[in-house]
Ligand binder design. Structure first.
Ligand code: SF4
Length: 177
């Protein structure tokens, strides 16, 4: 997706990287707060799940990305180069995304969301659980669409070449129209 007169970044400016990471970290912290409120072991398992998810993303996507070794919107291009060898960039475009590919990420929000609601009903009102639930919902339905749609993907070099995730969401948006 290349929009006329839109600057494509070879390396994203620091302010975008900081913004993207602060919003994502807040998303993870909201989920962690709810899971630790449930129990210590569930909180630890939730963190392990996030680490495994991020690692698989680095290994299955970032190694093939044109931002390998560079500053993408999340800075992961630099991180992946420290842990994994560069892959063949043509492989980035070979993948076809569909809804099931997003289920692992969806669960990062869905599990604490459901547990948070159950905790509020069963254990009584907890303002921090409520704030965490609201932030998880806001992230999914408002913050991420703006972050990706208006900032990250708009200036993304990989997206201007090809991106299965972008293709999936653009297709989904066309169906919705
Ligand atoms: S743009 Fe996406 S796929 Fe590419 S390095 Fe950054 S996070 Fe990974």
């Amino acid at each position: 997706m290349k929009i006329k007169n839109t600057k494509i970044y070879n390396n994203y400016p620091l302010q975008i990287i900081i913004l993207a990471n602060v919003l994502w970290l807040a998303f993870y912290i909201a989920g962690m707060y709810v899971m630790f409120k449930l129990s210590l072991i569930m909180g630890i398992l939730y963190i392990l799940y996030i680490i495994l998810l991020e690692r698989s993303f680095l290994k299955e996507a970032c190694v093939y990305c044109c931002y390998y070794g560079k500053l993408c919107a999340f800075g992961k291009g630099i991180i992946v180069a420290k842990f994994f060898k560069k892959g063949n960039s043509e492989k980035f475009c070979e993948r076809e995304f569909n809804f099931k590919d997003f289920i692992p990420q969806l669960l990062v929000a869905l599990i604490p969301l459901v547990i948070g609601i159950v905790l509020l009903i069963s254990r009584g009102f907890d303002v921090l659980i409520l704030i965490s639930i609201v932030y998880l919902l806001l992230s999914w339905f408002a913050i991420n669409p703006i972050l990706y749609g208006k900032i990250v993907c708009l200036h993304c070099k990989q997206g201007s070449i090809c991106c299965p995730a972008l293709k999936f969401f653009m297709k989904k948006n066309q169906i919705r129209k």
